[in-house]
Design a protein. Structure first.
Lengths: 152, 765
């Protein structure tokens, strides 16, 4: 048995090796399916979660690396889905199919922590997640809007 | 009007409550996907209903508490259709949107086609949805009239209640359910529909119905659907289409903790169709264990005849085929005279295979149920599918069941782009569940998705044109070669049937007296499938690039030249040219060249096209237009190409005329996404084969456009139109790639005739 801290709660998981990617522990063992699989090689960003506040790609982050750090997933980003980034996403009708958006949102939250007033270039540099539906212009607009909201 | 019990036999639109609930049953999906302990999948549960609902139409149910439940029967893969079609019903029903519950339909052919493909959803179901809403509203009005003893004409459904105009009497929809249930369903022809100026949801924006779930990680996709006691499976498929397992050793795989079963999946014979590719399935208690188990398999493959498929060699064959006469699919006038003159130009355009690569790869869970004697009785499939009815038919065929014995639940789709209208992965899950006697969830990894897709066809288009001394195009010849989609279903197919050579080739709208279009042979060596905008991907690339080349040949402005080429505003004679028009009525959906020219002009205006004359080298504008899926688009793309060849796309303009629009914001979103989707295949998209194996496998070697390398700003001009609604999702794709290539030419003088663009060195001095 192993202890894992996710979204402020302590979980115990059994029969999982330390090499197991966090993604599959979250999804298959804890039932937290909001974090998505997209590539398995940290190319698409769909599985982005926070470990102690830092963005990581859960598909290549081994359980052993996580240790007892605090993991935050989309399910735990806010209690009621009203984090400023979630609000901005809603305001700009960002999602199309929605599949990559959990990863996009988690990445955007990190971006805004390190750069509260990001330029378009900052957004281009940090938001490397792939969205095949092509929601990038909305994501960009929503990040600017969230930055404004968080400034106040 | 009858006062008897709810009558179910009067019209085609009438169904019993039991049937309706069967249709609504996918509402149990979330519950099921959450895997409530001990709860088996019970899809049809009429006995568990509490309320006596009013169900006048397959798509609508009103309960005594006034909740209006609307069935969404098309798949949601990002277009917003799960919101748009119910909004049409709600509008005509005069329902309060806040009191509408949307349920996803299971596969049910009574609902009409559920194949969410071909940009057909609004076009094919706009009227049907209005009938559903108007039927319900009319019967509620009749119920109120009966209750009040007034003529029904004086009663009007308004915002979830029926109001009597003179007296001010008012009854909420829920209060009318008991009486409305006793009435006959009126004939659709007798209904009075709202006039467009009375529409309150059609043409007005609303958030997509799944917004909150998506933003909080609670939305359920095919990958998330989970049944109690399920195993997670990944499959090692033959690397070559048609290949077989020669022998395998599963010992190491079985030693991986969590791996429970290893099952050989039979391959197919004949055409691939929707059959599994075969291979070895590793079934485990978690996805990761299954993936590790697959990595540990030792398999020797027998490749079969497609093991010699080599893209370089194939390209030469395709080029040769497109440069020989093929089957004539359109012949107007006589091109031979003009094309033997002096002012003849020719160019060949090629585009490679493409993979769909939706962010969610194919995923499905199946649960095959057997009776006491071990006979298969039913199967429940829950999948990210564009086409539940095809899943139903195909899985039934594979299990020896009747279609109605297969229940298909549809989750949200992490996009589709055509991939998920092929149900092969659902058949895999069903066969594994049958074999193991428990639910099995099949996930395709990204490598599986890229390497075993139903690929967009590799293509070669030879084009010739003759100009007269006034610079007018007087002859247009195209020889088009690509392995046809039909080859996936018929191994003998070498070229599309003449009726399928539309999508830009046969229905070229240019006003040219002599046109010859030929379809040339191309043998399929892998699975070929439809992909967002299908043949337009390569066809509009060729048409609009060639038009641009001709403009430059004759020293004219590409916009002016294009408008001249399109000729007078007119309707193309579809019948004379033997065009199918995608099955659309020629009256409601004429090929209106005026609308195509109009979007072209508007787009050029928005982009301030005249700026191109004063742009420095390295910066350019390109234009292309297209009618596709009976909608009209024009793209203008602005590029900046550095001396080092690095390309940037600061701005894209798109003018779009798609007739009546239900959800303007979603149409804009499709337009934005269409440009980015097209940017991916124009810049990067290329699947090649060596020894029958796809050379690419993931986003590292099959890149998709990201925030930084795609279009930075996309300006969408949506034309106000009262024409019949056309397609949207695919319509927004075709004209982007040629507009981009034309812009690159304008910026650098380099002409891109072979996609993808980034195969070329764009540097200049």
């Amino acid at each position: 048995m192993r202890i894992l801290r996710v979204n402020g709660q302590t979980h115990s998981v059994e029969n999982v090796s330390e090499e197991t990617p966090l993604l599959w522990v979250l999804r298959d063992h804890l039932g937290l399916t909001g974090t998505k699989y997209g590539c398995g090689i940290s190319e698409c960003g769909a599985c982005t979660v926070h470990v102690d506040g830092e963005p990581v790609q859960a598909c290549v982050t081994e359980l052993g690396y996580v240790g007892v750090s605090e993991v935050t997933t989309i399910e735990g980003l806010s209690e009621d889905g009203t984090h400023p980034v979630q609000n901005a996403w809603r305001e700009h009708n960002v999602p199309q199919c929605g599949y990559c958006q959990a990863g996009q949102i988690m990445m955007a939250v990190s971006l805004l922590r390190s750069k509260p007033n990001p330029t378009d270039e900052d957004i281009n540099a940090d938001m490397w997640n792939i969205c095949r539906c092509g929601t990038y212009p909305r994501i960009r607009a929503a990040i600017h809007a969230a930055a404004k909201e968080m400034e106040q | 009007m009858s006062n008897g019990p709810a009558s179910h036999s009067h019209t085609l639109l009438s169904v019993s409550r039991r049937e309706f609930l069967a249709g609504l049953s996918a509402g149990s999906l979330v519950l099921m996907a959450r895997s409530v302990s001990g709860q088996s999948v019970q899809v049809v549960r009429p006995d568990q209903t509490e309320a006596e609902t009013f169900d006048p139409d397959l798509f609508v149910s009103v309960s005594p508490d006034s909740t209006v439940t609307i069935l969404a029967h098309r798949s949601e893969m990002g277009t917003g259709i799960r919101t748009a079609l119910p909004r049409i019903v709600a509008d005509e029903l005069e329902a309060d949107w806040d009191r509408v519950v949307i349920r996803q339909a299971i596969a049910d052919k009574r609902l009409g086609s559920q194949n969410t493909d071909g940009s057909n959803s609004v076009r094919h179901f706009f009227t049907r949805m209005r009938i559903a809403g108007a039927t319900t509203r009319t019967m509620l009005e009749q119920a109120a009239a009966q209750q009040w003893g007034v003529p029904p004409e004086e009663c009007h459904g308004k915002n979830h209640a029926v109001v009597h105009t003179d007296s001010g009497l008012r009854l909420g929809y829920g209060d009318l359910v008991a009486v409305a249930r006793t009435l006959d369903v009126p004939d659709a022809k007798s209904l009075t529909m709202k006039s467009p100026d009375e529409w309150k949801y059609i043409g007005k924006d609303a958030p997509i119905t799944d917004m909150d779930k998506i933003l909080t990680g609670k939305a359920i996709y095919g990958i998330d659907a989970k049944l109690d006691n399920q195993l997670y499976a990944v499959i090692a498929r033959p690397p070559v289409v048609g290949g077989k397992v020669k022998q395998f050793d599963a010992a190491d795989a079985m030693s991986i903790a969590g791996v429970s079963e290893i099952v050989e999946v039979p391959g197919f014979s004949g055409a691939p169709a929707f059959q599994p590719l075969g291979g070895i399935a590793v079934c485990a208690t978690s996805t990761w264990a299954a993936i590790q188990g697959r990595d540990a398999l030792k398999i020797e493959w027998e490749d079969g005849p497609n093991g010699t498929y080599d893209s370089t060699e194939y390209s030469s064959k395709l080029a040769a085929s497109a440069n020989r006469p093929g089957e004539v699919v359109r012949n107007a006038g006589d091109v031979s005279g003009p094309l033997s003159g002096d002012a003849v130009f020719s160019a060949d355009y090629t585009a490679p295979h493409l993979a769909h690569a939706p962010m969610e790869p194919p995923a499905a869970v199946a649960d095959v149920q057997t009776d006491a004697s071990g006979r298969i009785r039913s199967c429940v499939v829950t999948a990210a599918t564009q086409t539940p009815q095809s899943v139903q038919r195909t899985v039934a065929g594979a299990l020896g069941l009747k279609p109605e014995e297969v229940i298909v639940n549809v989750t949200l789709l992490g996009a589709g782009f055509g991939r998920k209208s092929k149900p092969d992965y659902c058949v895999e899950a069903a066969l594994l569940s049958k074999n193991l006697g428990r639910p099995v969830h099949v996930l395709w990894t990204r490598e599986d998705d890229i390497q075993h897709d139903y690929y967009h066809a590799v293509s070669h288009i030879h084009s010739e044109a003759a100009l007269n001394d006034k610079g007018k195009v007087v002859a247009w010849l195209q020889r088009v070669a690509y392995p046809p989609i039909m080859s996936t279903f018929d191994v003998r197919a070498r070229r599309p049937p003449p009726t399928a050579v539309e999508n830009g080739a046969k229905d070229v709208p240019f006003d040219i007296p002599n046109i010859l279009i030929e379809s040339c042979d191309a043998e399929a060596r892998t699975r070929i499938g439809w992909y967002r905008s299908v043949q337009h991907v390569h066809q509009n690339f060729a048409n609009s690039s060639f038009a641009d080349e001709l403009a430059h040949q004759s020293g004219r402005d590409p916009l002016e030249f294009l408008l001249d080429l399109l000729g007078d505003d007119r309707h193309i004679d579809l019948k004379a040219a033997n065009l199918r028009n995608r099955g659309a009525s020629h009256t409601d959906y004429p090929y209106d060249v005026g609308r195509l020219k109009s979007v072209t002009r508007r787009c050029a205006e928005q982009a301030k096209w005249d700026r191109r004359r004063s742009m420095p080298k390295g910066r350019g504008l390109g234009i292309a237009c297209c009618r596709s899926f009976v909608g009209y688009t024009c793209h203008v793309v602005e590029v900046e190409v550095g001396k080092d060849g690095k390309i940037q796309i600061p701005d894209v303009w798109l003018a779009l005329d798609v007739g009546v629009v239900v959800s303007p914001d979603r149409v804009r979103a499709q337009a934005e996404g269409g440009a980015i989707f097209a940017a991916t295949h124009a810049l990067h998209g290329k699947i090649t084969f060596t020894n029958g194996r796809a050379d690419q496998s993931n986003f590292d070697d099959y890149p998709a456009v990201r925030m930084d390398d795609g279009p930075q700003k996309i300006h969408v001009e949506l034309v106000d139109s009262d024409a019949a609604p056309s397609g949207v999702g695919e319509t927004t794709v075709p004209s982007f790639a040629p507009a981009l290539c034309n812009a690159i030419f304008s910026a650098t003088g380099q002409r891109i005739r072979n996609l993808p663009i980034l195969d070329h060195d764009l540097s200049w001095t």
